[in-house]
Write a protein of this length. Structure first.
Length: 284
């Protein structure tokens, strides 16, 4: 693992989170009025979560966590970013949707929670641009197996590694899988502004505001086998695996074609490629 690079990402995400949330208007009012940030794909994989204990790993600023809590889950969110957890905690209070938020490096939290007497969950959930920030998925999967109750499920909704291979103009540039980090001096960008109505809560266009992140960031590319193998080695049983030729919310490339439901896909005439995948695995 690379805790030094994880901590560098913490500072980059602190700055990016401020930029992202300035595009989303009155988020507390959005939730008080019954809003949800979830998509049908993750809701289908999750199933009925009413009354279940759920931990949202790398929860970012808590919008999806609160949407899960609104479905009846007893929700806990964990994230490395101080800014994200502070915002999520305040959003929970202001929206009236109860949830618990914990600021921690994820591997540290999994190690602590996985010890005897630690909390156990019915569902562990990870979603949308989470796994690329983890340098090693074996302790991730092993830690999840320890914190799940018998019969509990890991649910992952993620951008496809094929997407990560492509530059914004669709040119092939990056490795499908790489144990070495890919580093950017300009840090986590303002992808909310670039995704326009795909990631604003009310469906309006994001306000374009200049943003330069002063903190570099570091990512790891994990292929499908890099994800599935640790999950299976941790003793979890794969129940479902899906791929989709569109991206929910996030607009990663230029000239993408908008689909209903805040989805983006490649332009007309371009061969379809997988842009998301999802899995559900159960602890026996």
């Amino acid at each position: 693992m690379r805790p030094d690079l994880h901590d560098a990402n913490r500072w980059s995400w602190n700055e990016a989170t401020k930029a992202h949330n300035r595009h989303k208007g009155d988020q507390a009012a959005f939730f008080r009025n019954g809003g949800s940030t979830l998509h049908p794909e993750e809701r289908d994989l999750l199933g009925d979560i009413a009354g279940k204990t759920l931990v949202h790993l790398q929860c970012n600023a808590g919008q999806d966590t609160l949407s899960l809590a609104r479905l009846g889950a007893v929700a806990t969110g964990v994230d490395i970013s101080d800014e994200a957890i502070t915002f999520a905690t305040r959003l929970s209070q202001d929206s009236g949707i109860p949830a618990t938020f914990i600021r921690s490096e994820l591997f540290d939290w999994l190690d602590l929670a996985g010890r005897d007497g630690g909390p156990r969950f019915d569902v562990a959930f990870a979603s949308y641009g989470a796994l690329c920030w983890l340098s090693d998925l074996r302790p991730w999967a092993g830690g999840i197996a320890r914190i799940l109750k018998p019969g509990g499920a890991l649910v992952v909704m993620e951008f496809h590694p094929v997407m990560q291979m492509l530059e914004v103009d669709y040119s092939l540039r990056y490795p499908y899988s790489s144990p070495a980090p890919l580093s950017w001096d300009d840090g986590v960008g303002d992808y909310v502004a670039l995704s326009h109505e795909g990631l604003t809560l009310d469906g309006s266009a994001a306000v374009e505001q200049p943003f330069v992140n002063p903190h570099p960031c570091h990512e790891w590319h994990h292929g499908i086998a890099d994800v599935l193998t640790p999950v299976l080695e941790a003793g979890l049983v794969l129940e479902r695996f899906r791929e989709w030729p569109y991206s929910n919310g996030f607009k990663p490339f230029t000239d993408m074609r908008a689909l209903p439901g805040r989805k983006w896909t490649v332009p007309e005439g371009m061969p379809a490629v997988p842009l998301m995948f999802g899995l559900r695995a159960r602890k026996p």
